[in-house]
Design a protein around this ligand. Structure first.
Ligand code: XMP
Length: 531
């Protein structure tokens, strides 16, 4: 794919691959969609890990995957420094699928030419299957596929046959004549390709012979065993944020360790209406263990006084949070471990970008992440999971639906939604308005249809009229977005009457706001948060 690809860089070492589990490996050649490929494979109940493009054949042998998928990538196979796999991989006799650049790598290593296409092909196109094959089982002869490439395979070596073509690409899908090796010039992992999930399912199940036995429940049992073994009789601290990830971590640890778990919840004063109380009551309903609620509201407000720069706000909140958390943690005796809700995409992102040129747009990962100097050993039981898998795990662990489907909330909280200076009065206005936005979305059945929605208080006032009087009050923006992965997002097309209701309720009942606007920008070029 083109665009802002990741570097085909470091991925986590694979000591986490479960033994006795069917595994498919995705070799990442710098694709934007490697994670999507992994998700689609996991949807087949097959465990899937993303690995470096040059993972050694030795290591692959140890991991014993049922199949290997080469991802796409931004490079050209004949370009300088183009990422290459360990050639010994091709001698392992493991089923393989190459996608876009990955296909070109496969075909080139196995004897075909790759040439620059007549023109770059980007977008939807029609693909015709002319050679029936198990790989295309349950698919129509003609399907819409998503292309994004410059080069393409040419003069297929006699080792390969073409299975499908588009009008400009005679080798849209290919198969090795004698070995279970396939290539696709288009991207089956993206939703723009029809039946892409079926194609990947065909590869995983029919070509690789996977049975699809990977289940969240077996993962829970395994995690519980490994937590118990690692922790022994020590105490584990878990920071609660009220969000899905930290709640699932706490639930898992509680099941594994019971009263050996201590949770810390820092009230930084930047929470939404009723949130601190909700965390406390949810906790009491689900866990009968030690909870430390630290009321640090005044400390955060004091340090943020007069600060308007967004990055500065984030830095202050991150630093104060660590300070507050550290001193509370130090008061807990025998604590040796700290649990964090790191997810698989965080692991891949920080690995992939560690040495890459990727620009920091916002310093997200500096907030909420606790530094190693705290002196604890880390437990990260979700580090192999995608968000939807974490939700499934939470439901299996008995957490309530309402918590599981909560929209994400940034670590710096309302601080980055209260544009300009943060004062208690302005936070109060924002909290009231935000609660109305969320309540109306819930009432209208729209909360679950959008992935994130909130209010933003702008630092400007506008003129209004109330009764016979002129008002000069703040503008409030409403934001709602639809997104798969929060990397890109569309503004949500909320019904006008719902927007009208939200606006009327806010201007009627929230003192200090006389104008409501709806944000109709997508990401990119905007971001989801306003700061
Ligand atoms: P943006 O605004 O970058 O947000 O489009 C993408 C997702 O990240 C969340 N976000 C943050 N999360 N600390 C966090 O923990 C932060 O500083 C932060 N900034 C943005 C945002 O809410 C959205 O879900």
């Amino acid at each position: 794919m083109t665009g802002t690809e990741t570097q085909p860089g470091d991925h986590v070492e694979l000591d986490t691959v479960p033994v006795d589990e069917e595994v498919v490996l995705v070799f990442d050649f710098g694709s934007q969609t490697a994670q999507l490929i992994a998700r689609r494979v996991r949807e087949q109940n097959v465990f899937c890990q993303i690995v470096r493009h040059d993972l050694s054949a030795e290591r692959v042998k140890e991991l014993n995957p049922k199949g290997i998928i080469f991802s796409g990538g931004p490079a050209s196979v004949y370009g300088d420094g183009a990422p290459q796999p360990d050639p010994a991989i091709f001698d392992l006799d493991i089923p393989m699928l190459g996608i876009c650049y990955g296909m070109q790598v496969l075909c080139r290593y196995l004897g075909s030419d790759v040439i620059p296409g007549n023109s770059r092909e980007f977008g939807r196109t029609t693909c015709r299957v002319h050679e029936p094959n198990e790989f295309f089982a349950k698919l129509p002869e003609e399907l819409t596929v998503w292309m994004s490439h410059g080069d393409q395979v040419d003069n297929l070596d006699s080792q390969f046959i073409s299975l499908a073509a588009t009008s400009s690409c005679p080798y849209a899908a290919v198969k090795h004549r004698s070995r279970p090796i396939f290539g696709l010039q288009f991207h089956p992992e993206v939703t723009h390709t029809d039946f892409g999930g079926q194609l990947l399912s065909n590869f995983v199940r029919r070509v690789c012979g996977c049975h699809g036995t990977w289940r969240i429940s077996s993962l829970i049992d395994r995690e519980i065993d490994s937590i118990r073994e690692r922790v022994g009789k020590s105490r584990v601290i878990c920071g609660l944020s009220g969000g899905v990830d930290s709640s699932v971590v706490a639930a898992l640890l509680y099941r594994a360790l019971g009263s050996q778990l201590s949770c810390i919840f820092v009230d930084n004063g930047m929470l939404r209406k009723g949130e601190a109380e909700a965390v406390r009551s949810q906790f009491q309903e689900h866990f009968k263990t030690d909870l430390h609620v630290v009321d640090a509201r005044q400390r955060f407000l004091g340090e943020l006084a007069g600060v308007t720069d967004p990055q500065q706000k984030r830095k202050i909140i991150g630093k104060v949070f660590i300070d507050v958390f550290r001193s509370e943690a130090e008061s807990i005796e025998d604590a040796r471990f700290l649990a964090q809700g790191t997810l698989y995409p965080d692991v891949i992102e920080s690995g992939a970008n560690a040495d890459g040129p990727a620009e920091t747009i916002k310093s997200h990962h500096n907030v909420g992440g606790l530094p190693e100097e705290l002196g604890f050993e880390l437990i990260e039981p979700l580090r192999d999971l995608f968000k939807d898998e974490v939700r499934k795990m939470g439901l299996e662990l008995g957490l309530p639906e309402k918590l599981i489907w909560r929209h994400p909330f940034p670590g710096p909280g309302l601080a980055v939604r209260c544009l300009g200076e943060i004062t208690e009065d302005r936070l109060k206005i924002l909290r009231e308005a935000d609660a109305i936005v969320l309540e109306e979305l819930q009432n209208a059945g729209w909360y679950r249809k959008v992935q994130q929605a909130f209010a933003v208080l702008l630092p400007i006032q506008t003129v209004g009229v109330m009764g016979d009087g002129r008002t000069y009050e703040y503008v409030l923006a409403v934001r709602a977005v639809s997104t798969d992965d929060f990397m890109t997002a569309d503004w949500s097309q909320l019904p006008h009457d719902l927007l009208g209701k939200i606006s009327t309720r806010i201007t009627n009942s929230v003192r200090g706001v006389n104008r409501v606007v709806y944000d109709i920008s997508s990401k990119p070029p905007s971001t989801i948060e306003w700061e």
